[in-house]
Ligand binder design. Structure first.
Ligand code: NAD
Length: 486
């Protein structure tokens, strides 16, 4: 346990590896965790090696028969207790997240509530693992379908939602009767470790949840995927790493769920309620400081309303207070690390070179910490590089359009397909456009779509499978068909 973290958060935060119910030091030395607001190392956690990973797989494998045989109600009650513990400790967990991730405290509090809700939702879903029974078309026999836990599951999560991406996987896995090895991102291992401690306190048995931070994710995850005891990979992260993991998983034909990158279009039609569209744009762009897979990445705005929309959005964003996430009144914290900020800054620079007009922002401030200001670019031409990249920062490029079919074509012109947003007062138009947009999720007159009760996920190269809702539970089950004659 690190004393400083305890002072900053008010709770003890584990810093070891969790394998088979024991916190250990592992074989891979230490992983430093940096506060993006100060660039200071604020903790060191144990770093796991492939050998540690195989130990964790063995622990998860040993715990599997007992956990999967537990009455679903009991599994659900563990998750329910974990939900309550997380909610009780919202403030401490939110502060911890700010220190390792940088996001503003308001965003971190919102994430802890959102993250805890996955435990509540899956505490309820644990008792709804339903199969089916039907009569074969021939009438000769019955078709019985049951859903069994897929088995030991490897969960790999990103740094941008350090708590919610972990609970969105652990919740359904445990509800379905699976045991897990979680590998959090190296930037944000502390939130994952804190959540694992809460699950233990909530009564989850030893070995059911194992957590392995590491400085070397490739060999660690590779070793686990090569082990036939591992039956599932649930990954959230970039499309690039997702592709590589799908290739690795092919060797053992491991069941994969992939939540990958996004490049969300945000369409504002000429009949939109502009005030509502600006509110929605603000949420879709600025939740998590723009470091969200669901972040609005390209604003396609009808020429008739583009001037007003852009001016109002820029006015709103220019009033944001930028600073360390823990400071009172701060709306926008730093980006997670120096590489992320360099990428954002170079995308903005290339957009202005491509002909985009800087309305606000665009300058890296001269201060410590990985800060970048809210930035709006107007008149960004089609074909500008910024429209193809996942920005992952507080930057809003606006492209003007006049023709609906063309706007839809532009919106779909990407390898990604996670989420799309559109604003119109005409619901008929809204639903028609929603059907034409190539995305797994659509927000109509809504700037936030995430909901633990809804199926979250993408089409095209944004992923495979869904998390949340009932679909999220099914991802951790295998369908077994039993042909019956009675
Ligand atoms: P990343 O792909 O770099 O890392 C994600 C996770 O994979 C981390 O735990 C990382 O340590 C691990 N990893 C990295 N290289 C690996 C390898 N070779 N083998 C095994 N594991 C490896 O992504 P990131 O920068 O942490 O997160 C940002 C990305 O995540 C963005 O693209 C964002 O859109 C995506 N994301 C998607 C969703 C979604 O639900 N679709 C949600 C949040 C973030």
């Amino acid at each position: 346990m690190t004393a400083d973290l305890a002072t900053l958060t008010g709770i003890d935060i584990p810093t070891g590896l969790l394998i088979g119910g024991r916190w250990g030091s592992g074989r891979g030395g230490m992983l430093p965790v940096t506060d993006p607001a100060t660039e200071d190392v604020i903790a060191e956690v144990a770093s796991a090696t492939p050998e540690d990973a195989l130990e964790a797989v063995a622990a998860a494998h040993d715990a599997l028969p007992g956990w999967s045989a537990r009455p679903p109600r009991e599994r659900g009650e563990c998750l329910r207790r974990a939900f309550e513990l997380m909610i009780d400790r919202t403030e401490a967990l939110a502060r911890l997240m700010v220190i390792e991730n940088g996001k503003a405290l308001r965003d971190a509090r919102g994430e802890i509530t959102y993250a805890a809700e996955f435990f509540r939702w899956y505490s309820e879903e644990a008792v709804r693992n339903e199969g089916s029974l039907g009569l074969a078309p021939s009438g000769a026999n019955r078709i019985m379908v049951v859903r069994q836990p897929v088995g030991v599951s490897v969960l790999v999560t990103p740094w941008n939602f350090p708590a919610a991406m972990a609970t969105r996987k652990i919740g359904p896995a445990l509800a379905a009767g699976c045991t897990v090895v979680l590998k959090p991102a190296k930037e944000t291992p502390l939130s994952a470790l804190a959540i694992a401690a809460i699950l233990a306190e909530a009564g989850v048995p030893e070995g059911v949840v194992n957590v392995l931070p590491t400085t070397k994710p490739g060999p660690l995850v590779g070793a686990m995927l090569a082990d036939p005891r591992v039956r599932k990979l649930s990954f959230t992260g970039s499309t690039e790493v997702g592709r590589a993991l799908l290739r690795t998983a092919a060797d053992t034909v491991t069941n994969c769920s992939m939540e990958l990158g996004g490049n969300a279009p945000f369409l504002v039609f000429e009949d939109a309620d502009i005030e509502a569209a600006v509110d929605g744009a603000f949420l879709a762009k600025m939740r998590n400081g723009g470091e969200a897979c669901t972040a609005a990445n390209r604003f396609y705005v009808h020429d008739a309303v583009a001037g007003e929309f852009t001016a109002r959005l820029a006015d709103r964003l220019s009033k944001l207070s930028v600073g360390p996430g823990l400071d009172d009144g701060v709306d926008l914290g730093p980006l997670v690390n120096s590489d992320t900020r360099s990428k954002v800054a170079s995308l903005v620079e290339s957009a202005t070179q491509d002909g985009g007009r800087l309305v606000i922002g665009g300058q890296v401030p001269d201060r410590r910490g990985y800060f970048y200001p809210a930035t709006v670019l107007d008149d960004v031409p089609r074909g500008a590089g910024i429209l193809d990249a996942e920005i992952f920062g507080p930057v809003a490029p606006v492209v003007r359009f006049t023709d609906q079919a063309d706007a839809i074509a532009q919106a779909n012109k990407t390898e990604y397909g996670l989420v799309s947003y559109l604003y119109t007062r005409d619901l008929r138009r809204g639903l028609q456009v929603a059907e034409a947009l190539e995305a797994g999720m659509i927000g109509i007159n809504r700037g936030v779509v995430s909901d633990p009760a809804a199926p979250f996920g993408g089409v095209k190269q944004s992923g495979l499978g869904r998390e949340g809702g009932h679909d999220g539970l099914l991802e951790f089950t295998e369908t077994k068909y039993i042909a019956v004659d009675w």
